[in-house]
Write a protein that binds this ligand. Structure first.
Ligand code: DGY
Length: 406
């Protein structure tokens, strides 16, 4: 039943070559959504999974960046803010896009698709694009410490995480002249605040006005983004192998980023984000700090410490994974990335626990299935009451359930 319903969500949100995250709230193609959605499609239609990824990479920029939104020209102007007229950017393919990126989880999605239905021709086609995506991050975003930075909270994927409260204080508010469209669909107390949006818009405008070249007042090394980058390298090593290419440079890069993360972002219990402008760690209780469990070469002692934190502070044993530790004062069970449980974040930590602690991984999988069984394929969930929040029929909630139960 749950599987049939999940496929129904994906079929209804399919737009011919890719899947919208949600018909009303997110009516275009989103970068990391497409990766998670492809992982789900692979379980019932690997052809759609390949199409999902190839269509996204069709809008890759010449510098290798994969934009976080690819706009559908058939969607009414003004249906989503900020839309194509705000971003004023075009990919070489002619598609209107945004100019920022999202966590690079796409190599993993391509590999998982190949594992379900081996297709070396697909891997050969997508491999150079995945490499170019990583090349962009190295060229444009790497610090002397060897870590990759993001230049906008939207690039983290966890837009209003309390981890960004402090760095966002350096960003001016008072940006006017825009109308939010998200509140047409979702109640304001489940979304970022107007002050958050003023900062998001101001930061995006400044980056746009520099030709999408110069980072503004927000420059952060985020543990989830760096984990995705590292996992992409270890996955590219496997893909290179299938393509008859040398996996070694990818293995070396994966080891290097893991080491840099342990050295600069680990606080002894959790991975933290680092503010590039001040050089200081931003102490928060974000579940993003657990995702390095996915890194294959994470030292065992570090992984053990993360698992202890997960169990003690993120209730991994008896609730779905909250996006922010419930014992922290900033925790909010309903407001977007300030506490609610998200299927994709839970899936990432689940991946990281599968080999290290199969018992805890099984608990998380059951919790994910329990949440959608109770609340439906909502965008996010109150981690304790399991009440659904955000939009309905959200694609990655459906897609990742297909993967978890497979
Ligand atoms: C949104 O619109 O809330 C997205 O997270 C930005 O990409």
């Amino acid at each position: 039943m749950i599987l049939r319903d999940a496929v129904r969500v994906l079929v209804n949100n399919w737009d011919g070559s890719y899947t919208v995250p949600s018909r009303r709230l997110y009516p275009h193609q989103w970068s990391w959504d497409s990766a998670f959605i492809a992982i789900g499609h692979a379980r019932w239609s690997p052809r759609r999974a390949r199409s999902e990824l190839l269509s996204l990479f069709g809008a890759q920029w010449r510098d290798g960046r994969v934009p976080h939104i690819v706009f559908n020209p058939r969607v009414a102007e003004g249906a989503y803010f900020p839309g194509p007229e705000f971003w004023a950017a075009r990919a070489p393919s002619g598609s209107a896009t945004s100019g920022i990126v999202q966590p690079p989880v796409h190599a993993l999605a391509a590999w998982k698709t190949h594992l379900v239905e081996p297709d070396p021709a697909f891997l050969r086609r997508i491999y150079p694009r995945l490499v170019a995506q990583q090349d962009f991050l190295r060229a444009a975003r790497r610090s002397p410490e060897g870590l990759i930075s993001i230049v906008h909270p939207w690039e983290s994927g966890m837009d209003n995480s309390p981890a960004w409260d402090l760095p966002l204080q350096a960003v001016e508010t008072g940006v006017a002249g825009f109308i939010r469209r998200d509140l047409d669909t979702v109640s304001a107390d489940e979304r970022p605040t107007d002050r958050d949006y003023e900062r998001y818009v101001g930061l995006a405008r400044a980056y746009r006005d520099s030709g999408y070249q110069v980072p503004g007042a927000f420059q952060i090394e985020d543990p989830l983004f760096n984990t995705a980058y590292g996992v992409a390298e270890s996955t590219l090593a496997k893909i290179a192998d299938v393509c008859g290419l040398d996996p070694e440079p990818h293995e070396r890069e994966a080891a290097a980023i893991t080491q840099a993360m342990v050295e600069h972002l680990f606080d002894g219990a959790l991975f933290q984000a680092r503010d590039v402008r001040t050089g200081g760690l931003i102490r928060s209780s974000s579940a993003a700090g657990l995702t390095p469990l996915m890194l294959p070469e994470l030292p065992a002692g570090v992984a053990d410490a993360l698992i202890t934190t997960a169990v003690d502070r993120f209730a991994v044993k008896d609730a779905v994974l909250p996006s922010y530790a419930p014992d922290a004062p900033e925790f909010d069970a309903a407001r977007y990335w300030r506490g609610p449980s998200w299927t994709n974040l839970t899936w990432l930590v689940w991946q990281g626990l599968k080999e290290r602690r199969p018992d805890l991984a099984a608990t998380l999988a059951d919790a994910m299935i329990g949440a959608v069984s109770q609340a439906g394929f909502r965008e996010y969930f109150d981690p304790f009451a399991l009440r659904g929040h955000g939009c309905r029929d959200f694609s990655w909630s459906a897609a990742l359930i297909l993967d978890v139960v497979a």
